[in-house]
Design a protein around this ligand. Structure first.
Ligand SMILES: [Zn+2]
Length: 121
């Protein structure tokens, strides 16, 4: 299940970013994941629930994922088209000479953190 590794990497970045910002906790993390990254949605949620507890900063953080449809450009006719993980052939001319331009991303789009801007006492 490679989702564990992916989520672990995302949480590392989130924790590091939160520390640098002096945050008291991470509230939520928004991700954009391409379908070509072959990520299973349920496995992502499962991995997130387990791994977020490794650090108190992320223990209650939520994850939002936007799944992106893969997109390719045909080298033969220049057609740009969306497709799924298994159909990479150009729908206009039938060529297999296509170049993936979107769909492998695995980005942190935004993060919501809480900072201790008001100290007690
Ligand atoms: Zn084509």
């Amino acid at each position: 299940m490679h989702e564990l590794g992916l989520v672990s990497g995302i949480l590392d970045v989130a924790v590091k970013t939160a520390r640098e910002a002096g945050a008291s906790r991470v509230v939520s993390v928004s991700l954009r994941i391409g379908d070509m990254a072959e990520v299973n949605e349920e496995s992502m949620d499962f991995a997130w629930d387990i791994l977020r507890e490794d650090d108190p900063l992320t223990a209650e953080a939520t994850m939002q994922v936007e799944y992106v449809r893969p997109k390719s450009v045909c080298a033969e006719c220049g057609n740009e088209f969306e497709h799924d993980r298994f159909h990479l052939r150009c729908p206009a001319c039938g060529s297999r000479e296509t170049r993936l331009v979107a769909g492998r991303e695995m980005d942190i789009v935004s993060m919501e953190i809480e900072t201790p801007d008001e100290e007690d006492g």
